[in-house]
Design a protein around this ligand. Structure first.
Ligand code: PHE
Length: 335
């Protein structure tokens, strides 16, 4: 009887696959209503002569089953652990995932380079509002109402007295209202004009510059701008001043550099002329000084303005301004 029980157990032991199987056998043989437990309970029905010997055999069987099941159990747990370790292991020989780096936008880079050059020459940095009063954008810059020069500025009007600033020159006026000469600052920022093609976007960036003191002459203007252009585009870059007109400067000039793409030979970008326009500038008009309460008899100064997109397009040979604002990663990655 006990032998049969042992035989069946040993056979069933061979079929164990999982911890659940182990538990099932444990219940079947050793549980409260288990087969071996039943044998132990049956001991009380034996005579006291038979009991010790039979009791020992039942107990031996119980111990055997316990040990066998424990051995199985620990092997299964061990296998499970090994499986888990294999599944969770990290293969350090696999190639890593590349982390893509962000880059500074080409316009920010260009602006930093411009600011850097002027800061080294002693200019501070001034800011002003993008939504601007007609007074600062035009009136105080000597563009009276109905003046034909206003037409060139393709203005976005917010109301009859409020505009999106069309240039950074209003910051000249605000900056001078705030302080007495000497004045030396640049004013970078966004400006807006109702215009869009491959060289114009409705929003673009300018950097304004202003220097006012006693005895400031056109030579100072030339010296400062030549120094700037030579640092920006290289010390051998040819620079030329052409007479021009702005209501807020007199005399006024536009400044060209020798075409950096063709070296002055004439190409598509310089339209065959060999020159590229990069700056507007001039001596501050006395009417502007009067608007800010500076005595034009005592003080003189110069101002200049440039488009950051234009400088960046020339520096990096980019032929479509819209690329700056499409944020195509393939374009931005190149800088
Ligand atoms: N504000 C002018 C423009 O946007 C540029 C400029 C600035 C010209 C300062 C002269 C002096 O066209």
């Amino acid at each position: 009887m006990l032998e049969d029980l042992k035989e069946t157990f040993l056979k069933e032991r061979e079929a164990i696959q999982s911890l659940a199987d182990v538990n099932q056998l444990r219940v079947k043989y050793l549980g409260k209503k288990g087969l071996v437990t039943a044998q132990l309970k049956a001991l009380s029905t034996l005579s006291s002569e038979e009991r010790p010997a039979y009791g020992k055999r039942v107990n031996d069987l119980k111990v055997l089953i316990e040990q066998e099941l424990e051995a199985r159990e620990s092997r299964l747990k061990d296998e499970e652990l090994q499986r888990q370790l294999r599944a969770e292991s990290i293969d350090i020989t696999l190639p890593g995932k590349a982390v893509s780096h962000g880059r500074e936008h080409p316009l920010s880079r260009t602006l930093s380079a411009i600011v850097d050059i002027f800061v080294r020459m002693g200019f501070s940095v001034e800011e002003g509002p993008e939504v601007e009063l007609d007074y600062y954008n035009f009136e105080a810059l000597n563009f009276p109402k109905e003046h034909p020069a206003r037409d060139m500025q393709d203005t976005f009007f917010v109301s009859s007295e409020v505009v999106l600033r069309t240039h950074t020159s209003p910051v000249q006026v605000r900056g001078m209202e705030k302080r007495k000469p000497p004045v030396r600052f640049i004013a970078p920022g966004k400006v807006y004009r109702c215009d869009a093609d491959i060289t114009h976007t409705p929003m673009f960036h300018q950097v304004e510059g202003l220097m006012v003191d006693r005895d400031i002459t056109f030579s100072h203007l030339k010296g400062v701008l030549e120094a700037f252009l030579h640092r920006m585009f290289g010390p051998d870059t040819p620079v030329r001043f052409r007479p021009s007109f702005f209501p807020f400067t007199e005399p006024s000039a536009e400044i060209d550099i020798g075409c950096i793409l063709c070296g002055g030979e004439g190409c598509r970008v310089c339209k065959g002329s060999g020159w590229l326009e990069v700056l507007g500038a001039g001596m501050v008009h006395p009417a502007v000084f009067e608007h800010v309460g500076y005595d034009p008899g005592e003080y003189s100064g110069f101002a200049f303005g440039m488009g950051i997109e234009r400088i960046a397009m020339l520096k990096y040979a980019i032929d479509d301004i819209r690329l700056f604002f499409e944020n195509d990663i393939r374009f931005l990655k190149q800088f």
